[in-house]
Structure formats: C-alpha cells, structure tokens
Design a protein around this ligand. Structure first.
Ligand code: PEP
Ligand code: MG
Length: 622
C-alpha cells in the first residue's frame, strides 16, 4: 500500500503558496526562498565538497519524499516491545537527520537560516514526546500493528484534525506533519528515495541526502550528476558516484532552498561548485570545459593497452573496484587487469529478502566469465556504518555506534548462514575462473582462522552435493582497515593469503573522523603520519611474509598519491575504473627509485601539511 499526500510536487507548491499568503509581506520567508540570495533567475554559485570529478549540465530534479510503500501487518503481543524499540530507533535517526540539516543551515544568510531553523525546530518538536509520538506508541501497543502502519495512521489522523479546523495556517502545518511522518516511515523501511529511471535524460539530482542504495539506482546514461546537503567525500555515496563516473558535489549548505525542479543547474564535481540559473556566458564556459575534459579522456584512453610500468621498469598491477556488476564493461574498457575489490553490498540493497546462494553464484559466475581469465577478488558482505541494507532487517540494526558495531565480518560470523551462503556462491563461481575471497573489517587473527574453517566446511558440503567448486580453494585475504589489524599485521600475515589495505576506513578509525560526515571532512587526511605509518607497517609485514599486498582505498585512484604508494613498496592498486587511466599515466611517468627516496623523506616527517607539500613538490617536479 502507499502512503498518500506525502509532499508531492503539487502539494509542495501549494504549501509554498499558502505560506506566502499567510506570511504576508512581513512574515517569514516562503519555503522556496531559503538561501535564495539574489532574485529568482539570477545566477547563483554555491560551494560544497567536489567528490566525483567532471561537469554535468542539466535540469534539476529535486528529490522529494514522494509516495512510499508502507508495509502493514499485525504483531504478536511478545513483539510489541521490539516494535516500540524499532520506532524509537527511527525517531532517534530522524532527530539526528534534522539536527544535521539544521547545523548545515546555520551557514545560510541570516533570514534564511532563521526561517529554516524555525521550521526544523517545529519538526524536532513533533518528534519529542508530542501527540504524534504518543499516538504511534499507543497504536503499536493497543492496536498491535507494526510501527510503519502506526505512523501512517497517526499522521493521517493528526493531519485530518488540522485540516478540519479550516484555518489555512494550520492546514499548512498538516503538510509539516506529513513530512515528518514520511521521514519516519523512510527510516523504518530504509526506503531509498526513488528509482530515477523515469527522469528526463541528463537530469541533475538534488537531495537532502542520498544513501549508497539510492545512488546505486542511478544510471549514468540517464542521470547527469547530483548534489546533496549532507555527506562526506569518502562516504560510500561519494565512492559510488566516482565508480559510476557521475559528477557529484556533497555537503552543499542551502542547496534545497535554492534549487527548484526544472531549474538549469551545473554540477562542477571537480571544483565542488553548483551553479544555479547559469548565465549564457557561464554556460558557454562550462561547455568548453566539458569538451576539454572529453578531449583529455580520449587522450588517456590511448594508453589503455599499454602496461603500467615505471620508467625504470617496475611493473604495477592495476585493477578496478566494482560497486555494481554493470560497471564491469567500464572497468575492462579502462584497461583493468582484473577486479581487485568487488563490494557485494549491492546484492542486499533495495530489496526486502536475502539473496540466496544460487542468485549470488549467478552474479559472480557472470562476472568471472566476463573477465575472461582475469582475476576477481570478491569481498564478503561489508554491511554496516553508512552502508545499510533493508534485506538484513534487524541484523543491521543501527546500534548506538554503527561504525564500531555489528558490521562486516562481525555480522557474517554472528549470522553464519549469511557467510556460508556467500562462501558457497564464491567457491562455485571459482570453478569458472580465478577468484579470491576478501574479508572486511578483520581485527584479529582468530577471525581469519574461523572463516578458513568455515570455508573448508562449506567446500566439503558442496563437493558432497556434487557441485563444482574452485580447485584449489581460493586465496583468503584480509582487508587491513582497522588500526589494530594494521598494528598486528605481522601476526595476521601468516594466517592470510593476501592483504588489501582499505585506507578509507583505516583513515577514519585511526583519526576518529567519520568518513561520511561533511562537518569534519576537512580533518579527514590519509596523509596524516599515523595513517602512513600503519600503511608502511602493514606493507612491510605483508611483504616479509611473502604475501601480495594491495591498496584498494580511494587513495589508490588518486595519482597524487601514486609515487608515495609505490615508494612504500606497493605494487598492486585497485580503484574506480574511471581513475585507472590517470593513475597508469602517472606510473608510466615515474621513476621507482626516486619515488622510494621521496617516500623515505616523507616517512621522516611529523606534520601532515609538510608531507602534503613534499608530495606536491615531487609531483610537480618528477
Ligand atoms: C576501505 O575502507 O578503504 C575500503 C576499500 O572499503 P570500503 O570503502 O568499502 O569500506
Ligand atoms: Mg572499508
């Protein structure tokens, strides 16, 4: 069933009109003018974090709540407490989301900040001990219905009561109530905003926030790019954008109030800018830049078939990270020598059931066959943190501190069947070509040993069932992305067949900086000496144990870091397919001895600013 009246285009427009009529000339600003600055139609530039390079020019599509599928069912008496808890979690998440948007809004010009703050405060009030909250709890307990249905029923009742009073101002408040209800239901169902498949070609998505699951629904042939108010540069939404080659700017304060659906917008993912209502001169300038980018890409494509070898003959293996199977074609076109990291979270996103062994096997087999003899490294489920999946329901419950909670390998080892299903599918796909298995978020050697035992048991079962599997068993590797694992890399190496260093999480956990949080994005720095020391220690421990060591975090795809990584002894890099040609070009221009000398000087430094300057100097000169 659908929840109705949730801020559709018409109701939103009516609401803005209502507000304008109600507020009069001296009243609060209409919704549509938050942060709008100069008059409607004038060119306006807003800055944010440029997380995926490139330029997109197109018509904006403002993501609204839209209609949401609301599951409705009765619950048993003994499930009431769990349902109340689920509602409490959705409530807490909604409060946190609104506070984040509010914190962002404080950077808007005076009146706009005040007005949006006023509106968001009203939303927050509705989420704390209000009639709505009490009503939903009462319905869960007394009517024994699920939280989503309770929210829907309560919101409908409150909104109806408001409307019945015949007061235009209160009728407008009914819309706010619906908006809050929509947010709660979204949190409860973990519904992505919407499929973007019906939008006009080249649309630019504008949203408060987009999850990795939302982004996974974007087809780069239809969507030009996107911009959001929330989100950090290393969030999975940002990674997904880079993977898909979609220009994107995140963390843009004032975005929602400044853009309307249908407005002409430019997303400059390279500079981190959004231009709204560009003048003809600006448009012409950006179109020239687009052409220039396309020209450079064509040039880079020419080195596709050339080897990734330094000037002094050091070979580097360049592979691609895959977020979605459909990126394989792009990876091969970019010259990837294999898939160094297949993130399998996509299998669990945007669905309510779990993927069975057969389904996963089919997906993996097709990739293996598509790779035609090139290797693929399949990582087991890394759900948790900012990557949540509806299909895992309570298993992926957010918890008080999701980044440190039941995520990745911890979830797989707790819910054994999740792990066994994936291992079985990977083992079977391994019968069709070279496959490796990679374990996320390992923090101790015991976890690796446990998985190896499970892997052997699953292999025995499959053989008994007469199924063809990889022979010999695939290599079992470890993501080094927890500082404790990096410091114990020498102890973990004997139990692992290879290391893949995940610098995204390693940086986050080492510096205690949320990679998806735009407010601390300026502090997130893989060049911090602590991160580099862990990287160096892990690489040396792996190489001493004679196991392959790769880097598959985002720094692998940034040519600025290439000399440092090579200088530290890394010879395998895995990155977004779109980043491959530039990194290869950088490798081909480098001298590995000079890179090693540069790395030695850098590792003697204690200040990340000095490290960045040294690296920049090296990149300019060598
Ligand atoms: C990492 O943490 O660096 C990594 C490659 O994994 P993910 O970005 O999927 O967490
Ligand atoms: Mg990680």
């Amino acid at each position: 069933m659908k929840i109705d009246g949730m801020a559709t285009e018409e109701t939103k427009a009516a609401r803005i009109e209502d507000r304008q009529r109600q507020a009069g000339p001296k009243g609060p600003l209409p919704l549509g003018s938050f942060g709008a600055g100069p008059g409607d139609g004038a060119e306006r530039v807003i800055s944010g974090l440029g997380v995926a390079p490139g330029i997109a020019i197109g018509l904006a599509h403002l993501v609204e709540s839209g209609s949401i599928h609301v599951p409705e069912y009765r619950i048993e008496a003994d499930a009431v407490e769990a349902e109340r808890l689920r509602f409490a979690e959705a409530l807490a998440a909604a409060q946190q989301q609104i506070r984040k948007v509010k914190a962002k809004a404080t950077t808007l010009p005076g009146a706009a900040a005040e007005e949006i703050g006023f509106l968001l405060d009203a939303h927050l009030q509705m989420l704390t001990g209000s009639r709505v909250v009490r009503g939903v709890e009462r319905r869960i307990v007394e009517e024994r219905i699920n939280a989503e249905a309770a929210v829907q029923a309560e919101i409908a009742q409150v909104a109806q009561d408001f409307t019945a009073l015949g007061d235009a101002y209160l009728a407008a408040r009914a819309e706010d109530v619906r908006e809050v209800g929509s947010r709660l239901i979204r949190n409860l169902t973990q519904t992505p905003y919407q499929a973007f498949s019906r939008l006009p070609e080249g649309s630019i998505i504008i949203a408060e926030e987009l999850t990795p699951a939302d982004t996974a629904l974007m087809d780069p042939r239809r969507i030009g790019g996107f911009a959001t108010v929330l989100g950090g540069a290393e969030s999975h939404t940002a990674i997904m954008a880079r993977s898909l080659g979609l220009p994107a700017v995140l963390g843009v304060a004032g975005l929602i109030g400044a853009v309307k659906t249908g407005d002409m917008v430019i997303v400059d993912g390279t500079m981190g800018r959004i231009v709204i209502h560009p003048t003809p001169e600006t448009l012409a300038d950006y179109r020239r830049r687009q052409e220039e980018i396309a020209r450079v890409e064509r040039q880079l494509a020419q080195i596709k078939g050339l080897p990734a070898v330094t000037r002094d003959g050091t070979s580097v293996t360049l592979q691609a990270n895959l977020e979605l199977p459909r990126e394989l074609e792009m990876a091969l076109a970019a010259g990837a020598e294999g898939i160094g990291l297949l993130r399998t979270e996509f299998l669990y996103m945007n669905r309510e059931d779990l993927p069975e062994e057969e389904e996963q096997y089919e997906v993996f087999r097709q990739l293996v066959e598509g790779l035609d003899g090139r290797p693929i490294t399949i990582r087991t489920l890394d759900i948790g943190g900012d990557k949540l999946a509806l299909s895992l329901g309570v298993h992926a419950a957010v918890g008080s501190n999701p980044a440190l909670g039941l995520r990745a390998i911890r979830l797989s080892l707790k819910e054994r069947s999740l792990l066994e299903t994936q291992l079985a599918a990977i083992l079977r796909a391994g019968a069709h070509g070279p496959v490796r298995i990679l374990l996320p978020m390992i923090s101790s050697v015991g976890e690796v040993r446990q998985v190896r035992e499970i892997l052997k048991a699953v292999a025995r079962r499959l053989v008994k069932e007469g199924k063809r599997i990889a022979d010999p068993l695939p290599a079992l590797g470890v993501m080094i992305e927890v500082p404790g694992a990096a410091l114990a890399a020498d102890a973990i190496a004997p139990a692992a067949d290879f290391f893949a260093i995940g610098t995204n999480d390693l940086t986050m956990y080492t510096l205690a900086i949320d990679r998806g949080e735009e407010q601390v994005a300026h502090l997130y720095n893989p060049l911090h000496p602590a991160v580099l020391r862990l990287l160096q220690f892990t690489t040396e421990a792996g190489l001493r144990a004679r196991i392959p060591v790769s880097v598959c975090g985002e720094i692998a795809g940034d040519p600025r870091y290439t000399p440092l990584l090579l200088g530290l002894g890394i010879r395998e890099l895995s990155m977004a397919a779109t980043a491959l040609p530039r990194v290869k070009q950088r490798i081909r221009s480098l001298d590995s001895q000079a890179a090693a000398r540069c790395a030695r000087v850098i590792m003697d430094q204690s200040d990340s600013g000095r490290i960045a300057a040294l690296l920049d100097d090296f990149n300019t000169l060598a």
